[in-house]
Design a binder for this molecule. Structure first.
Ligand code: ZN
Length: 236
């Protein structure tokens, strides 16, 4: 095989590896952003549960104050009973006491409901807190793994780019510049094999004389359709 083709095949392999690693690297910030998004929404859920609990506690305190006032009012009403002189006054007073008792009872029922809700709420908050802590630990481990993978990719890229640059020194300047232009134009694939008589780059069926010329490997030949550099794979 022509030495320049051999050099270009090696260069293409290195550039493909580099491209794959760069694509992998480009995905990492998105993965990190997803992790942070998951954490933010888990925290929001926890904070909402905490706010619900605080609201319940505030309602309970307000209801307790209302109940005290209602009890005081009722007590004062009852104390006034002995000052009543006429039957008509007495009936009106009794109705007032009944109304006060009813509203006292309603407040008691409300308070009971709040206390029942408050029996469940702290455990629910604690459970969410526990789940959030678990999720946080898991996601921080995941984040550390991603950062480590990122460092490994950076290191691999440094080595691959150094290898690529020394491989490029072995190419003819003309062939290298042709290759690099093709690489840019053709989605990162400039050198392709012939498989079953077709160009692997664009799948065009090649004329037998072109296949034979590429197989002979005397010079650098390109696909008439996609203009990529062709080679005959050794295993064929
Ligand atoms: Zn082609």
């Amino acid at each position: 095989m022509n030495e320049q083709i051999r050099v270009l095949i090696a260069l293409q392999q290195k550039d493909t590896e580099i491209r794959r690693h760069k694509e992998e690297r480009a995905r990492l910030p998105k993965l990190l952003e997803q992790i942070h998004g998951t954490l933010r929404s888990a925290l929001a859920t926890l904070e909402e549960a905490q706010r619900d609990l605080e609201r319940l506690q505030q309602h309970k305190r307000a209801k307790e104050r209302d109940l005290e006032i209602a009890a005081d009012h009722l007590r004062k009403l009852k104390e006034r009973t002995r000052e009543i002189k006429t039957n008509k006054e007495y009936l009106a007073h009794l109705a007032e006491i009944e109304a006060a008792q009813a509203s006292h009872k309603a407040l008691e029922d409300d308070l009971l409901g709040l206390m029942e809700a408050l029996e469940e709420a702290p455990a629910a908050v604690a459970e969410r807190k526990r789940r959030f802590a678990e999720e946080e630990t898991r996601l921080h481990q995941e984040e550390a793994r991603i950062r480590e993978a990122s460092a490994q990719i950076e290191e691999a890229l440094r080595q691959q780019e150094a290898g690529r640059n020394s491989a490029a020194l072995q190419a003819d300047p003309g062939a290298l510049s042709h290759y690099e232009k093709l690489l840019q134009r053709s989605g990162g694939v400039a050198v392709v094999a012939i498989e079953r008589g077709s160009c692997v780059g664009c799948h065009m069926s090649l004329p037998p004389q072109s296949v034979n010329a590429v197989r002979a490997g005397d010079r650098v030949l390109t696909c008439p359709q996609c203009h990529r550099i062709l080679y005959w794979p050794q295993e064929n």
